[in-house]
Structures are given as structure tokens and as C-alpha cells.
Design a protein around this ligand. Structure first.
Ligand code: CTP
Length: 414
């Protein structure tokens, strides 16, 4: 089933496969073969590092086309049968870098254009999928973290690396993702040929809120905002004009999305109401339930007498419930999230009750255990009956599945 879906999504796509240096390059030979088997046209670029691990001949044989290696390749740049580096950049509906070495990642992050791979990457505006592979220490090094954060901010997609043995004998995170995983991620990253939500407006909120206690301290929660950012990005990719209202979080602003930063629940409430009318609202934010009745101006001093301190809190307005009960400008589809504790049955039961109580159309149940993680398991409830759909995996892939469901719902409605 999964395989059929993958095959269909890649069929007819032009894929630029950049093979960097690393022992994992041998898996890229199989990747090239499987991409072609899926109906994609593959053009490979082999970096100088990659050439140390696989031969141009094997890559050419499996990708079905001559491999490009040099930036200054007179015949390819002038010959009508070869592609110049600019044509290479335009060729890809999707660019896959596998393996993406620490060095290649660093050069990409700095915008270098010192060989064919980096020059083509800089000239390309196609969706980009990176499958990193490196020693676990290199992966966790602050320099690599920094470089990746930059690239993620530019809107690249990542698959892997996975945990396990690496070629150098160290065990940890650094193994390149398996070919099947890369294929699935590629299918989901390749820009959809049509934009099912073109002409629609979407509102997403995400992240925690900060409720001031005094001028220095605040009440917050552990939400990373990751899921909401992924959903905003997937909605924009599906063609929706998307506004993301987010509380303080460290996620890079998603590409193609209008992003508005707020702090408190009250500010988030106002920003969401001002965004109306929208066709779809997806409320993923972990909005603070309470705020101080009167935040203290200045710093509350401790008394030093061990006596209990009381903070007087009042409830915040409920953004989701308010959007759901709007009259003239109610979004066509209001999707709530329900962060719940307990076992699967309890999580579902609480989410169903929340959907009824708040009056939203759909609710997505998730366990509070996944907050802040990269992977998740979401259960989508769309009606009063007992059914639900489950999406599990990387938060970005899960976001796309949810957006596919949203698109289907609008396709049916129109
Ligand atoms: N929500 C909201 N405004 C609030 C509180 C929550 O819009 N003031 C939204 C969240 O964005 C989410 C949904 O309501 O879409 C459920 O949030 P959750 O924190 O799970 O529920 P609560 O309303 O806080 O209820 P409880 O604390 O009882 O679980």
C-alpha cells in the first residue's frame, strides 16, 4: 500500500540526485534505481567526496543518464545534449542530497558555490530533501546543529539520520536513512503538481503562550510549536494563503507563510480574530489556560519567611471555542487539537468531549508525551461516531497527511 502510494507520487517527476561523500553513498545507487523504478527521471551529480565511494559508471548505469561531476565542464555547458549547471538547477522538481555529509551541509548553509553540487543547489528553487550521514559526534556538534538550523529555516526537508552503528564504529545518530524512508520522504516533499488549496485562506496558531507573573517571570508550557509550524508549511505548500500566529518558540519561520509573533494568550486571541475571515483554522497552540489577574509591575520580592505565596489567576478566553461559535465569519473548517494524558482510549474520549464542548468541526487528539518530539501519533476525529484516523511519524509528514484530508474536505464541499 505504502509502496504503491510512493510510486505514484514520484512518477513523472524530474529528480536531481546529489551524491556527497560518505560510505552511505552505496545506498544512493539503490536509491537512484528505485527512483527510476518509481517512474521518475533521475539526473545525478557526484561530488568529489562521493567519487571516493562510488564510481560515476555505477551511478550512471543505475540512474539511467550520464553523471555530472565538474562545474567547469566545457562539453556539458556548450553541447546541446548536456545540461549546464543552470539547466541542472531548473531540471529538478525535487533535489535530493544523499548522503549529505557534514561538509556539504556546512557549505550549503553558508551559501557556498564552489563546485557543481553547491552551485546547482544555490541556483535551484526546487524543494530540497537532505539525507545526512556522518559520525554521531559530527552530527551532534554545535556547528552542524547551527548549519542545519539555518537550512531548516530556509525550508529544506530532512530524512534521518537514524540511530545505530556507523561505519566508523561509533554507535549513535548518524546513519543515513534507509532507501525506503528516503523514497517516502521524497514522495511527500515533491511539490504537489496542483495546489488543492489555492485561493483559500488558512490560519494556524502554534507554540506556547507566556503569561506574565511580573516584569521578569512568566507561566509557560513545554510546547515546541513544531507541529503547528509543519501544518502551516504544509498548508502553504498546498497553495493556501497562510497566516501563522505563534507564541514564543525556537522554530524557524516557515517558508511561504506569513508569521506573526505574539506572547500572551490574549494577544494570540486578538491576532486570530483579526485574521478572520479564513477558510480553515487549525488551532495547534498550547494556549495558557490562566493568566495573572494583575501581573505585578516590577519584580515580586521573596519574603524570606517560608510562607506560601499565592498567585491569583483567572482563566483566559478560549480561542478555539470563540472561532467555532462565530456567526458571520466562522471559518469553513475549524480544527482543534487536544493534548491529553492517559492511555489511547482516555486520550480519544477526552478529545471527543473537547470537540463537543468547544464546537469545532474536527479535533486532533495527541498525547502530551509527544510534546517537543520530532515524531508524533495523531488521531483525527471528524464526526460524532467512534471512528478516527491515525497518522504517525515525523511531524512534517503527519502535517502533510492532515493537510491532504483538509484539501479533500474542501474538494468535496465545492
Ligand atoms: N485552546 C484555545 N484557547 C484556550 C485554550 C485552548 O484555543 N484558551 C485550544 C487549543 O489551541 C487546542 C484546544 O483548545 O486546539 C484544546 O486545548 P487543550 O490544552 O488540550 O485543552 P484545554 O481547553 O486547555 O482543556 P483542558 O485543560 O481541560 O485539557
Amino acid at each position: 500500500m505504502e509502496k504503491t502510494l510512493t510510486l505514484r507520487a514520484l512518477s513523472g517527476k524530474n529528480i536531481l540526485l546529489i551524491v556527497g561523500g560518505g560510505i552511505a553513498a552505496y545506498k544512493s545507487l539503490e536509491l537512484a534505481r528505485r527512483l527510476r523504478e518509481s517512474g521518475a527521471k533521475v539526473q545525478a551529480i557526484l561530488t568529489a567526496g562521493g567519487r571516493e565511494f562510488v564510481t560515476p559508471l555505477s551511478l550512471a548505469t543505475l540512474s539511467g543518464a550520464p553523471v555530472r561531476e565538474e562545474l567547469f565542464d566545457a562539453s556539458a555547458e556548450s553541447d546541446s545534449t548536456g545540461m549546464s549547471h543552470i539547466e541542472l538547477a531548473r531540471f529538478g522538481d525535487l533535489v535530493i542530497v544523499a548522503p549529505a555529509s557534514a561538509n556539504l551541509i556546512a557549505r550549503m548553509a553558508s551559501g557556498a558555490a564552489d563546485d557543481l553540487a553547491t552551485t546547482t543547489l544555490l541556483a535551484s528553487d526546487a524543494p530540497l530533501l537532505l539525507a545526512p550521514a556522518m559520525n554521531p559526534n559530527m552530527w551532534s556538534h554545535p556547528a552542524t546543529r547551527r548549519n542545519l538550523a539555518r537550512l531548516l529555516g530556509d525550508g529544506i526537508e530532512l530524512v534521518g539520520p537514524n540511530e545505530g552503528d556507523t561505519a566508523c564504529g561509533d554507535v549513535g545518530i548518524g546513519r543515513m536513512a534507509e532507501v525506503d524512508e528516503i523514497l517516502r520522504a521524497a514522495a511527500s516533499t515533491a511539490a504537489p503538481a496542483h495546489k488543492p488549496l489555492a485561493g483559500r485562506r488558512a490560519l494556524v496558531n502554534a507554540g506556547p503562550t507566556f503569561e506574565a507573573i511580573d516584569s521578569l517571570r512568566y507561566i509557560a508550557n513545554r510546547s515546541s510549536g513544531r507541529q503547528g509550524h509543519a501544518i502551516a508549511s504544509a498548508l502553504a505548500q498546498a497553495g493556501a494563503d497562510t497566516l501563522l500566529v505563534r507564541g514564543p518558540c525556537e522554530q524557524p519561520a516557515p517558508k511561504g507563510v506569513d508569521t506573526l509573533n505574539v506572547e500572551s494568550a490574549a494577544q494570540m486571541f486578538d491576532a486570530c480574530m483579526q485574521a478572520l475571515p479564513v477558510d480553515v483554522a487549525v488551532m495547534t497552540a498550547a494556549v495558557g489556560d490562566w493568566r495573572m489577574r494583575e501581573p505585578f509591575d516590577g519584580k515580586i520580592r521573596k519574603r524570606g519567611n517560608n510562607a506560601p505565596v499565592t498567585l491569583e489567576l483567572v482563566e483566559n478566553a478560549d480561542i478555539l471555542a470563540e472561532l467555532s461559535k462565530r456567526k458571520e465569519d466562522r471559518p469553513g473548517l475549524v480544527v482543534g487539537f487536544a493534548a491529553e494524558s492517559g492511555d489511547a482510549q482516555e486520550v480519544l474520549a477526552h478529545a471527543r468531549a473537547k470537540r463537543e464542548r468547544k464546537g469545532c468541526d474536527w479535533i486532533v487528539a495527541n498525547s502530551i508525551d509527544v510534546m517537543g518530539n520530532e515524531n508524533t501519533r495523531l488521531r483525527l476525529i471528524t464526526s460524532n461516531n467512534d471512528g478516527f484516523e491515525e497518522f504517525a511519524g515525523d511531524k512534517r509528514l503527519v502535517a502533510r497527511r492532515l493537510v491532504e484530508r483538509i484539501s479533500e474536505r474542501f474538494a468535496k464541499a465545492s
